[in-house]
Design a protein around this ligand. Structure first.
Ligand SMILES: [Fe+2]
Length: 280
């Protein structure tokens, strides 16, 4: 059976309706990968997979990256179940790409909802291909030549403006060094996405106020409904997002409510290539 698609917003998010067996045996993987790259977020509503099925499905799309000793990770904010994730939850209330501290950020994440927050806890996504495309040619030329310094500490400090020494040992730049990346990612496909996020501390080469203003302006574009999709979770949902052209954040929720997702992260497949590197 071919897959059926329903777009969830103009530039980001598509619901996929497909035969369960076809999802698991990989026969739709090529189509799903292409759709993911175009639409940023794919939803399979009510897929209701087990851990094993979620892993099997994820393996049809890419290579699961082993994190914390496992290919499938519980995303929980409950400190008793997952103390490290709990520490990072509040930092995820701000738009970001995962893994900007790595040369190869994750290609995508495959999430499954197990328990929902009674209020909040939705995940929001913004398509940074579309945001780049919305810029004028002059603005595109400007950002094409820029880099940005990302750090976990920058985004965590938005949640914890006065961090403790324990927190700085966990996520401070002394533990997770800052990394510099092109602001525009030129993909192998030839398409360009902005590698944006509240993880950005500085824009080298620009005076601090100018760099901050530029990043704020770009981040503000992500608030436009045209580029954004807010996912209202239902238990059993499988949601995949392209971490190379989509920012995400979580709507704040009660950290003691028991919200729980299962995540498989797919390993990155291409380094972040700058437009200027390609032109050289
Ligand atoms: Fe994230």
């Amino acid at each position: 059976m071919a897959l059926t698609t329903i777009d969830l917003s103009p530039s980001i998010g598509t619901q996929v309706i497909a035969d369960r067996a076809a999802l698991l045996d990989g026969s739709l993987a090529g189509e799903l990968r292409a759709l993911l790259e175009q639409r940023g977020v794919l939803l399979i509503r009510g897929a209701d997979m087990t851990d094993e099925e979620q892993l099997q499905f994820a393996r049809t799309l890419g290579t699961p990256r082993n994190e914390h000793g496992t290919d499938i990770t519980k995303v929980s904010s409950d400190k008793t179940k997952s103390p490290i994730f709990a520490e990072y939850t509040e930092g995820t209330y701000y738009f970001h790409f995962d893994d900007t501290y790595m040369e190869y950020p994750a290609l995508a994440s495959v999430l499954r909802a197990r328990a929902l927050a009674p209020e909040g806890g939705q995940t929001e996504f913004a398509n940074t291909y579309a945001i780049y495309d919305s810029l004028s040619p002059k603005e595109q030329r400007t950002v094409d030549g820029l880099t940005a310094v990302h750090s976990q500490e920058t985004i965590q400090r938005k949640a914890f403006p006065n961090p403790t020494e324990w927190q700085l040992d966990l996520w401070g730049e002394r533990k997770i060094p800052a990394t510099t990346h092109p602001l525009v990612w030129l993909h192998r496909t030839g398409r360009k996405s902005l590698l944006l996020g509240e993880t950005i501390r500085d824009v080298p080469g620009l005076p601090k106020p100018e760099g901050d203003a530029l990043i704020r302006r770009l981040l503000d574009l992500a608030e436009k409904p045209a580029y954004k999709y807010r996912h209202e979770w239902e238990v059993g949902d499988i949601l995949i997002w392209d971490n190379t052209g989509t920012m995400h954040r979580v709507v704040p929720f009660d950290l003691a409510c028991g919200r729980e997702l299962q995540r498989v992260k797919l390993a990155g497949e291409e380094p972040i290539t700058a437009v200027t590197m390609a032109a050289a």
